[in-house]
Design a binder for this molecule. Structure first.
Ligand SMILES: NCc1[nH]cc(CCC(=O)O)c1CC(=O)O
Length: 309
């Protein structure tokens, strides 16, 4: 491979392409002589669109093809939403860079109502995230949750077609796609704890590729890394993928990290939540400790029930 080219393997969804273009622009900013090429491809997760993701099973539905491309040296890096990145990487690949986090919150989108609390009794809310479903139902057991798949544009189209009274999406995705004006209101972390890594973009590459790693280094954001490490450690220790009702959200103030976590069942009748606080450099240990605490409070029974359904 020429010394002056980096090839980005990317999914073809608008959000994935935005993320790849963002990394391309950042790389070109730091390295004016570098040429960055995009290699768009389809993944299993893009193709299986009619089955709830928890049932399709298997983590990493959206990343396998990208990883094969890097291992076969057809691409050098892949850009991921940290929320969708599996916890384990194939031999030879690793998540080398975590970029600065965008807004981590969930967003409420509706053409008729201002917020979840203003929805009329029995209103229909679209989301395929068990995490969002669980927390919405906990606050409003009367609401009906309906599956909502497809990329961000497709989901907004279904809302506009009248299929739902409201839908829930990640604020980060809407902002990145310049669709921020579609956000009716932001859902606070207290109302809906975000998914681990939500709003953060990570870069995967071959672990032995020192040339690429050196080029990527300026894109690293240390604070985001500590936050995402804590959140992912909790998720990993719970053995949860993205498609389970688990929320994990870390914040840092003056080098002190506060990690909140919750595990619930899809209908929101059970939620186990807790918090750990400690030095940010203990991010991983805090995540594991929080997972242990949630497990000891009954999270395992809840998660087992979600997986076998
Ligand atoms: N699960 C799909 C996905 N993966 C990342 C984002 C949004 C952007 C982000 O979290 O970085 C979305 C869409 C959504 O949840 O609305």
């Amino acid at each position: 491979m020429s010394q002056n080219v980096i090839r980005i393997a990317t999914r073809k969804s608008p959000l994935a392409l935005w993320q790849a273009e963002f990394v391309k622009a950042e790389l070109e900013k730091f390295h004016p002589d570098l040429t960055v090429e995009l290699l768009p491809m389809s993944t299993k997760g893009d193709i299986i669109l009619d089955t709830p993701l928890a049932k399709v099973g298997g983590k990493g539905l959206f990343v396998k093809e990208l990883e094969v491309a890097m291992l076969e040296n057809r691409a050098d890096i892949a850009v991921h939403s940290m929320k969708d990145v599996p916890v384990d990487f194939p031999e030879g690949l690793g998540l080398e860079i975590i970029c600065e986090r965008e807004d981590p919150r969930d967003a409420f989108v509706s053409n008729n109502y201002k917020s979840i609390s203003e929805l009329p009794k029995g209103a229909v809310v679209g989301t395929s995230s068990l995490r969002r479903q669980c927390q919405i139902r906990a606050a409003r057991p009367d609401l009906q949750i309906r599956d909502l798949r497809g990329n961000v544009g497709t989901r907004l189209g279904k809302l506009d077609a009248g299929t739902y009274d409201a839908i829930i999406l990640a604020a980060a995705g809407l902002k990145r796609l310049k669709l921020e004006e579609r956000i009716t209101s932001f859902i606070s972390a207290e109302e809906s704890l975000p998914a681990n890594g939500q709003g953060a973009v990570g870069i995967e590459c071959r672990t032995d590729d020192d040339r690429v790693k050196a080029l990527l280094a300026p894109l690293e954001h240390a604070e985001t890394r500590f936050r995402v490490i804590a959140e992912r450690a909790m998720n990993t220790h719970l053995e949860g993928g993205c498609q389970v009702p688990i929320g994990a959200y870390a914040e840092i103030v003056d080098d002190t990290l506060t990690l909140r976590g919750l595990v619930g069942n899809p209908d929101g009748t059970q939620i186990i939540a807790s918090t750990k606080v400690g030095p940010k450099t203990d991010a991983k240990a805090l995540g594991i400790a929080l997972a242990e605490e949630l497990l000891s409070k009954g999270a395992k029974t809840i998660l087992d029930a979600v997986y076998i359904k």
